[in-house]
Design a protein around this ligand. Structure first.
Ligand code: KIV
Length: 256
């Protein structure tokens, strides 16, 4: 089967783009049935599912496994899978890694970075694989950068981000995630491209927003990013349910 074309995916990304991460079948199915527009199998799973400090230990095999689970739950939303750390160093590597994610059921892949990734986008476009770009704060570079920092504070950084977004669009990106970009710069980027920008920690003037599902449902109480609005308390519901189960077993089990 041919992969979904970039053109068809851009058409399906209705604005404002509502995008959320999912890593398994039930979460993917619930998000899809609730009407979210884009579901990302994010390499953030290395943190919120696997409990690591950052995303850099996530492998391509992990992403393939989770993409397969999510695919079974998604019938309406655009399904994007992250190319994990160090799996797209060259255009050929990007192609081979992306082919595995596409075979696992992704509609498109996402990669982090600006000008340095143009040749990879071009190679993927040649192969008919749609790509979502990701600029601003790049979690896969957190170790090199020594922390999560806001991007676009200086004029030079802002202008680089705007130029990178234009170059990524020209290279065929279907959308651009803007992570931790100064809000006014994110607004300028949004005005400079036709494809949707999808913000996270980048203000409200983007073509849509993306969040890690745990930050939306209250599923990771130990850390909540400052920009996230938590809309649920899943951790508490789990705690209460498990507490009730413990009580039930102690009340109903015959003494040994
Ligand atoms: O991996 C992820 O969840 C992401 C989003 C934060 C955009 O890349």
């Amino acid at each position: 089967m041919p992969y979904p074309t970039s053109k068809s995916l851009i058409k399906r990304l209705k604005r404002p783009v509502t995008a959320i991460t999912a890593y398994d079948y039930p979460a993917a199915r619930i998000c899809d049935e609730t009407g979210v527009g884009l579901i990302l199998v994010g390499d953030s799973l290395g943190m919120v599912v696997a409990g690591n400090e950052d995303t850099t230990s996530v492998t391509l095999d992990h992403m393939v496994y989770h993409t397969e689970m999510v695919r079974r739950g998604v019938h309406r939303a655009v399904l994007v899978s992250d190319l994990p750390y160090a799996t797209y160093e060259t255009p050929e590597m990007a192609l081979n890694s992306s082919l595995r994610l596409m075979e696992a059921g992704a509609d498109a892949v996402k990669l982090e970075g600006g000008f340095g990734q143009i040749s990879k986008l071009e190679r993927l476009r040649e192969a008919g694989i749609a790509v979502c770009a990701h600029i601003g704060m790049l979690p896969q570079r957190v170790k090199k950068e020594g922390g999560y920092k806001k991007k676009g504070k200086s004029e030079e950084e802002a202008s680089n981000l705007i130029r990178a977004a234009i170059a990524l669009e020209q290279a065929g990106a279907i959308a651009i995630v803007l992570e931790s970009v100064v809000a006014e710069v994110a607004a300028k980027i949004t005005d400079s491209v036709e494809i949707p920008t999808i913000g996270i920690g980048s203000g409200s003037e983007c073509g849509g927003q993306i969040r890690v599902i745990h930050d939306v449902i209250g599923g990771y109480p130990w850390f909540v990013p400052p920009f996230a609005t938590v809309h649920g308390d899943v951790a508490r519901v789990m705690q209460q349910s498990v507490g009730k189960f413990i009580k039930e077993v102690s009340l109903t089990t015959e003494k040994q």
